[in-house]
Design a protein around this ligand. Structure first.
Ligand code: SAM
Ligand code: SF4
Length: 496
């Protein structure tokens, strides 16, 4: 596609976006002044008050309630070591109570990098000639999918730049292609997407193609910072259009939506409160909260000074705090920690932050899985990954630390999405199915893909979780054992 037709596409779309914004039926739910005030009012919180909020968060996990913005401001401001330890303890406890001690695994699949936007932090921005951009052909997509299912992945997030060559019709085509791949027992059972905001009719088409979760990150909720890093005159420069992307997706009937921020663009405490306001706004309008929250941290990208020089770069310690507070403030929302982080940071944040989903064996160059041996291809990547472990190594490490690696995708295929999923997650009953499905999908991985070392340690993990099922969900125990036997006889995709 020529540059001039991409510019024309962009300008026509921007005019339509602005028309939508001028008739936008929703109120801006981010009041910057009120958030700053909540943070400054709670600048030096009392220890007893802070610990009482931590206890409230534990109670909330059973009742499915969120903390208030004032509570979150208290937690974010505490400087007391004991309070931090109490927050980490509670995050870990809530994660186990709501989700069980499992980690759901997925991989990102970058499908296109050409982009009409010019986000100051992103290697794919239109003005960055140091990164070469491209869109996978359908044949190349097949190669990527073959490599991914060959590792054992069942769940992907497909990632796209915003460009006429990757419009909603292309997104639908790539989703269909993704679900059609078969390699032995290998297949993709859930394709989530991370793509730029769309119109409601476009979302309807994407929903019909069978996506799992739709993710779009606000990057920063702080209006002034948003304007600084997303140039005016670009589609991404339109704050409200992006702010209500998930509202439009829910209007279109997409059940599972996911929000996020890019930590490092503005004060992390502000972003936490803003994410909470976003979750509340979705609940208010649709009775459905966010399915997951993501909190990528700014990573270095080729020829992208802001990515390393932002005044709001967040330290490892504060990052861990932020993730733990997310677990306390929205106990029923999945929490995604990506391979942007180093293995050491991931290990610690997973434990103390109550994380529930992680990507593994990731490659983020467009076409990167077909060249798996190259951990980094900087001139084709949006940023540089921190964790390049293979899926098998990652699974081994999870087992060593006592987690149950899960490839489960049953929830949405059994209709546990949106309004049906929320009560299960909010009353901490979803883990009954999830541990059982986690065990079954992990066994498939061990049978079909694992190295001998991972298989040995993995069998011990399965044994431990069978005991958990015996003790906590005895009504499923026989069925799980029968299904494990059937898997041993080469049956697959058995789930509750
Ligand atoms: N183009 C779509 C959009 O902007 O919504 C798709 C998302 S983009 C390919 C995926 C996400 O990567 C962005 O939403 C942003 O949060 C994150 N990202 C961009 N630049 C980054 C960087 N330098 N380090 C870490 N994450 C980055
Ligand atoms: Fe494009 Fe997304 Fe990168 Fe912005 S973050 S330049 S919209 S790919």
């Amino acid at each position: 596609m020529s540059t001039s037709s991409a510019i024309q596409w962009h300008d026509t779309r921007l005019a339509a976006v602005r028309k939508w914004e001028s008739a936008c039926p929703y109120e801006d739910f981010i009041d910057d002044g009120a958030i700053e005030e909540a943070l400054s009012t709670q600048a030096n919180p009392d220890k007893a008050h802070t610990l009482a909020i931590v206890e409230k968060a534990r109670d909330n996990a059973r009742a499915g309630a969120m903390l208030s913005p004032e509570d979150v401001a208290v937690l974010a401001n505490t400087q007391d070591r004991d309070c931090w330890e109490a927050i980490y303890d509670a995050a870990n406890w809530i994660k186990r109570a709501v989700y069980g001690n499992r980690i759901v695994l997925f991989a990102p699949l970058y499908i296109s990098s050409p982009c009409v936007n010019n986000c100051a932090y992103c290697g794919f921005r239109t003005s960055n000639d140091a990164v070469s951009k491209r869109t996978l052909t359908m044949d190349e997509l097949d190669e990527e999918l073959a490599a991914l299912v060959g590792q054992g992945h069942k769940r992907l997030v497909l990632v796209y730049g915003e460009h006429p060559s990757s419009d909603h019709e292309f997104i639908c085509e790539t989703i269909a292609r993704t679900y059609s791949v078969r390699r032995g027992y290998g297949e993709i059972r859930r394709a989530n997407i991370n793509a730029a905001p769309l119109f409601v009719d476009e979302y309807e088409a994407v929903r019909a193609s069978g996506i799992g979760t739709y993710q779009v990150f606000q990057e920063t909720y702080h209006h002034e910072t948003y304007r600084k890093v997303h140039p005016q005159g670009t589609l991404k420069g339109e704050y409200r259009w992006r702010q209500f992307a998930l509202h439009r997706a829910l209007e279109a009937g997409i059940d599972d939506v996911a929000l996020g921020v890019l930590f490092g663009l503005y004060d992390w405490r502000f972003e936490l409160l803003a994410m909470l306001h976003h979750a509340v706004a979705l609940e208010k309008a649709f009775d459905i909260g966010p399915h997951t929250m993501s909190y990528p941290r700014l990573e270095p990208a080729l020829n992208t000074p802001l990515a390393t020089r932002s005044p709001h770069v967040i330290s490892d310690e504060d990052f861990k705090r932020a993730v733990a507070i997310i677990r306390l403030m929205c106990p029923y929302t999945g929490s995604i920690l990506t391979a942007r982080e180093s293995p050491a940071v991931r290990r610690e944040v997973m434990r103390d932050g109550g994380v529930s989903q992680m990507d593994a064996g990731s490659r983020i160059a467009v076409g990167g899985y077909a060249q798996m041996e190259h951990e980094h291809i900087p001139d084709r990547q949006q940023f540089i990954l921190g964790d390049a472990r293979s899926l098998d190594e990652f699974v081994y490490d999870l087992c060593r630390d006592g987690y149950l690696p899960s490839f489960c995708t049953a929830g949405y295929r059994e209709g546990r999405t949106g309004a049906n999923f929320m009560p299960l997650a909010k009353h901490a009953t979803v883990n009954r199915f999830c541990i059982a499905n986690g065990v079954l999908t992990f066994k498939e991985y061990l049978l079909d893909y694992a190295s001998p070392e991972t298989r040995a340690i993995g069998e011990r993990v399965i044994h431990t979780y069978l005991e958990w099922i015996d003790a906590n969900v005895p009504q499923l125990a026989d069925k799980v054992r029968q299904n494990l036997e059937r898997e041993g006889q080469n049956q697959r995709d058995l789930h509750f």
